[in-house]
Write a protein that binds this ligand. Structure first.
Ligand code: DAH
Length: 334
């Protein structure tokens, strides 16, 4: 028995616990109720009285050693886990760096270009009422654009809808201030459309508005010409095609010469040499009247462009769905 005790003493002294499982196995073997030391105390009862005097103190010593060692091992483990735990604050960050979304990139660029021409940036709500999205913009009562296939109405109140264009901000801006107004208004818009490579149920536009005394069509041309050359290159040409919008008179579609082929015809411009980038026109007098601005005193131009459309042209992206899918393989290219 004396030999056994000596062997356990050596084992206790040499025991290493570099993790909590090993510490627990030490406790089970030497400290718990079922420990080898308890077994020895059991056997001790049978030991002859004269031997007890020698073995008793040795056994007690083993017990004390085991308890002290347990304390020591658990303290060591605690100290080492403080420095080698899974969180090493000295490591460099390992998360991946994000990048600016291509739509934000284009939007910021558009803002920068128009800011240089004296436009400020205005904002308005995406959940809008009929007046600001349609009526004040001179949409007749039964205009097809108001119908269900284009507009998301709020079911319980058809007066409330998701704006179908950023033109609502023109109205919000003008009804809350006095002319002159010179602002661009970027934002998200919604349309009840089947989702495809070319169309989405939500997308982004940037609206432009300049209202002052003596603003004419040539000011519109000038502003958009500057925009086109700064955005697509200094040789870019611009042309206006007669069109119709309820809120402008006259109205025009804006085309730029194809910056891929320079106008000779390619896949992007469908061999026409021109690509459409938005709509524009002179603010209809009815619109000015709806926000209490006298059309005899003031005139203005407005335009609206799709931000996805410009990004798709600029980066030659052929599927509008890519912008909202959050696929890193796409986003990391910008
Ligand atoms: N609101 C039009 C649309 O969503 C775009 C537009 C056209 C805006 C002409 C304008 C404008 O301000 O003058 O299609």
């Amino acid at each position: 028995m004396k030999k056994e005790i000596e062997a356990y003493k050596e084992e206790v002294k040499a025991f290493v616990a570099d993790n909590s499982q090993k510490l627990e196995s030490f406790r089970l073997k030497f400290i718990s109720k079922k420990s080898v030391i308890n077994d020895l105390f059991e056997s001790f009862k049978q030991v002859a009285p004269e031997e007890k005097r020698v073995i008793g103190p040795a056994l007690n010593e083993l017990k004390q050693m085991a308890m002290a060692r347990l304390k020591e091992l658990s303290e060591n483990l605690e100290n080492s886990s403080a420095t080698t735990s899974s969180i090493d604050v000295t490591l460099p960050p390992v998360y991946e760096k994000g990048s600016i979304h291509p739509l934000s990139r284009i939007k910021n660029r558009i803002i920068r270009i128009f800011e240089r021409q004296g436009f400020s940036v205005a904002d308005g709500p995406e959940i809008e009422d009929d007046f600001h999205n349609f009526t004040a913009l001179n949409f007749p009562e039964n205009h097809p654009a108001r119908e269900m296939q284009d507009t998301y109405f709020i079911e319980k109140n058809p007066d409330i809808l998701l704006r179908t264009h950023t033109s609502n901000v023109q109205i919000r801006l003008m009804e809350n201030g006095k002319p002159p107004f010179k602002a661009i208004m970027p934002g998200r818009v919604y349309r009840n459309e089947a989702i495809s490579a070319r169309a989405h149920c939500f997308f982004h536009q940037v609206e432009g508005l300049h209202v002052d005394k003596n603003v004419s069509f040539k000011d519109l041309k000038q502003a958009l010409y500057h925009f086109a050359t700064e955005m697509f290159g200094k040789d870019t040409q611009i042309r206006f095609r007669p069109s119709f919008f309820p809120f402008t008179e006259p109205s025009a579609e804006i085309d730029i010469s194809c910056f891929i082929c320079g106008g000779s015809g390619c896949k992007i411009c469908k061999q026409t040499g021109w690509v459409e980038i938005g709509g524009s026109g002179m603010v209809d007098p009815h619109v000015l009247e709806s926000v209490n601005i006298d059309p005899k005193e003031y005139s203005g131009f407005a335009f609206g462009m799709g931000i996805e459309r410009i990004a798709m042209l600029k980066y030659q992206i052929d599927d509008i769905r890519l912008f909202s899918e959050n696929d890193l393989r796409f986003l990391q290219q910008f």
